[in-house]
Design a protein around this ligand. Structure first.
Ligand SMILES: Nc1ncnc2c1ncn2[C@@H]1O[C@H](COP(=O)(O)OP(=O)(O)OP(=O)(O)O)[C@@H](O)[C@H]1O
Ligand code: SF4
Ligand SMILES: [Mg+2]
Length: 332
């Protein structure tokens, strides 16, 4: 694989959930099937050792997208290539890919068994993938991983409940790193933590990216966190990426009206925990999204075309793309 080739590329990824009422209720009330488009035709690429940050409000499909890309959930449609090879997204990924793609969740207990000692949680992938051949090797490697994430080798003998939230997330990161992955999908890994703990963990993850040569898909509802971590930023709205740009361009010259609103209300890294000014209007339901551009009920630039026709992404001169009629028409 050449250096210029992306490590990960995703095209047309969608995930629909059937949220219909039970069949009997549907027949009695003659109600139709209800489909929820959580992720709706997402495209992106990530170059090796780079970070794509994805930002968007609650319910816009970030976790669903993360789970599909991690191979934990089958998408309804779409393609993905990893290290230049197509992946069969309908099946559980093979061993080599499971080893190379790891995920860090918001809740460390999603990957840590509370009844396992840290040594077992972190050592399990080492043994499962044959990275450690003996228990002595496993112990040595667990100690090195714990040190790398800022914990002590002696912590291996403890249970998860003996740690703080930030320390537990460090254990979850050590476990994710144990299989020597190339690609780490981080779904709001710090958003349950206090401000100073978040900042320390973000800095740790940046350092580990360099040391382990990791490529990140880094998801957060908080633009300040994404600013700290990402090279490129994608903005999601109701299951779609509405704008994607290199980070500096996105912050200095946001093009999509939704991105502009987000950038105006971005908290600083010091105020991560405090609520930022709320955006005007409610996020519409993905079960019954507005026709045309899904952002039109909240958009100050919406016109008749916006209400009828869904905008396709158009390339931007500095790299990236934006899906907005007003930008494409030169109105804004
Ligand atoms: N298993 C499921 N069955 C039905 N609907 C689901 C399921 N998982 C997610 N959804 C719905 O899909 C949409 C996207 O959810 P998702 O969790 O991916 O959003 P998110 O951006 O991660 O939100 P948050 O910021 O709150 O974590 C939401 O409307 C959610 O209710
Ligand atoms: S397409 Fe229209 S409604 Fe949608 S963001 Fe652009 S201007 Fe606003
Ligand atoms: Mg989520």
């Amino acid at each position: 694989m050449s250096a210029a080739e992306p490590l990960v590329s995703v095209a047309g990824l969608s995930r629909v959930f059937d949220v219909s009422p039970p069949l009997v209720t549907r027949l009695l009330h003659r109600s139709p099937r209800r489909l929820l488009r959580a992720v709706d035709g997402v495209d992106f690429t990530i170059a090796p050792e780079r970070t794509l940050g994805l930002v968007g409000e609650s319910g816009c499909g970030k976790s669903t997208l993360a789970r599909c890309v991690a191979g934990l959930m089958a998408p309804s449609a779409g393609e993905m290539r990893f290290q230049g090879k197509p992946m069969d997204l309908a099946r559980r990924p093979d061993r080599a890919i499971r080893r190379s793609i790891q995920m860090v969740f918001q809740d460390p207990y999603a990957s840590l068994n509370p009844r396992w000692r840290v040594e077992t949680s972190v050592g399990d992938p080492l043994l499962a993938f044959g990275i450690a051949r003996t228990r002595a090797q496993m112990r040595e490697q667990v100690a090195a991983l714990l040190t790398d994430v800022g914990l002590a080798p002696d912590d291996a003998a403890k249970y998860p409940h003996e740690f703080s939230g930030g320390q537990r997330q460090r254990i979850a990161i050590a476990r994710a790193l144990a299989s020597r992955p190339a690609f780490l999908i981080c779904d709001e890994p710090t958003s349950a933590l206090g401000v100073s703990v978040q900042a320390a963990l973000l800095n740790l993850m940046r350092r580990l990216q360099g040391e382990y040569g990791l490529t990140y898909l880094f998801i957060s509802h908080n633009l300040a966190v994404v600013d700290h971590m990402a090279d490129d930023v994608g903005v999601m709205y109701l299951g779609r990426i509405v704008e994607k740009q290199p980070k500096r361009h996105l912050f200095d010259a946001p093009r999509h009206p939704y991105t502009k609103l987000l950038v105006q209300t971005v908290p600083s890294l010091e105020t991560l925990g405090r609520a930022s000014a709320p955006l005007a209007g409610e996020v519409p339901s993905p079960v019954n999204p507005p026709p045309g551009c899904a952002f039109h009920p909240r958009c100050p630039h919406a016109d008749a075309r916006c209400r009828a026709e869904r905008p396709a992404p158009v390339p931007l001169p500095g790299g990236g793309s934006v899906a907005c009629h007003a930008v494409a028409e030169g109105r804004i």
